[in-house]
Ligand binder design. Structure first.
Ligand SMILES: [Zn+2]
Ligand SMILES: [Zn+2]
Length: 359
């Protein structure tokens, strides 16, 4: 099969590799669409300590079941699915209290094992979630980043709160969508790029530059800013967010832009500001993301672009250089999708059986 392989900082190759084999509790998914995550851009630039080359990245994806291990229950070949890429151990103290996202032994598809920038990806079947057969595959791929946004919102936001969001990238935009669903008041999104701010306005937020908010804060937030979500995560955004939120307010940290920041900690003490880290999502967040997307409340037009996987090296370069006018790039499968009503005896099933017996 063909795969996009991260070979080291700013180096990606498109190559022929073996189709992954599956264990008895795993499913093989034929990838129909996979999105580039902001964290993978950081990885591409060599800023991610957890992504070790050579690696097939890709953890935001939708596809169809191509093969199933013997222990898999509840899935059928050709089911259209998305996958929660976070694999928790289920036995550590955090897993036992249900906090799977901060499992001490967590592994992530596309980081610790091969991901979906490929024709096929193998995943544990417990992580597979079925979506409607006719759902757009790129839209469905947003389940993962939308789950990130839903998790962040839940950590500090209450219904009717006004909200300040840093970054009009995919996570920032999906935070706007999630917050609106949860009854947000005014939502202001800050970004440096006018094209991205236009996306935020289309999602129903007010788009401003970080400089403009200083002047317009009183008018836009007459009751103060109870909560800010930082989807960028650099010195400037972290520091300004801490200074802008109200006494007693919270800054939810999602962005991983910089490893270290120098922050006004005495201000935090005196004003009782809370800094809250938000990482990935729970199973519930992921299922809610799928439900929200299935309802059709979120559109991918205008802010996303679709390409084929062999354009991967160029797509990563353009996003990293900031010259893409789109916030999100999806790769769609090169192979034409196989009919959903494929019957036993078809290529798909034979292929599935071949993989099972070859294991
Ligand atoms: Zn992601
Ligand atoms: Zn665990």
């Amino acid at each position: 099969m063909q795969a996009l392989i991260y070979q080291g900082p700013e180096k990606l190759t498109f190559e022929e590799v073996d189709v992954p084999s599956i264990r008895p509790n795993e499913a093989l998914v034929r990838v129909e669409s996979v999105g580039i995550c902001g964290s993978e851009l950081e990885g591409y630039l060599g800023h991610s300590s957890v992504r070790v080359p050579p690696l097939v990245m890709g953890h935001e994806f939708c596809g169809r079941i191509a093969a199933l291990g013997d222990q898999v229950r509840g899935l059928t070949p050709e089911d259209k699915v998305v996958v929660n890429p976070l694999m928790a151990c289920g036995t550590c103290a955090n897993c036992r209290r249900g906090a799977y996202n901060i499992c001490r032994n967590r592994k992530i598809v596309g980081i610790h094992r091969p991901g979906a920038f490929a024709a096929y990806v193998a995943v544990p079947f417990e992580n597979v979630i079925r979506v409607p057969q006719d759902m757009d595959a790129s839209l469905a791929s947003l389940a993962e980043p939308l789950a990130v946004a839903i998790h962040a919102i839940k950590l500090g936001f209450k219904p009717l709160d006004d909200l300040l969001i840093y970054g009009a990238g995919p996570i920032g935009l999906l935070c706007v969508a999630a917050a609106r669903q949860m009854g947000a008041g005014n939502i202001v999104v800050l970004d440096l790029q006018p094209a991205r701010l236009a996306h935020a306005e289309r999602f129903g937020a007010i788009g401003l530059s970080p400089r403009e908010i200083e002047d317009r804060r009183e008018a836009l937030f007459p009751q103060g800013i109870p909560v800010a979500i930082d989807c960028v995560g650099v010195q400037a955004t972290r520091e300004q967010a801490m200074n802008l939120v109200d006494p007693g307010g919270a800054v939810i940290m999602v962005g991983l832009g910089q490893g270290n920041s120098e922050l006004p900690m005495n201000h935090l003490v005196r004003q009782e500001i809370s800094l809250i880290g938000s990482y990935t999502y729970s199973h519930e967040d992921f299922r809610q993301a799928v439900a929200l997307l299935t309802r059709g409340d979120i559109a991918i037009e205008g802010w996303t672009e679709t390409r084929s996987l062999d354009e991967g090296p160029a797509a990563f370069r353009e996003l990293a250089e900031g010259i893409s006018r789109f916030s999100k790039i999806f790769f769609e499968a090169l192979n034409p999708p196989i009919a959903a009503d494929a019957q036993p005896g078809s290529d798909v099933i034979e292929w599935a059986q071949f993989i099972r017996t070859a294991r």
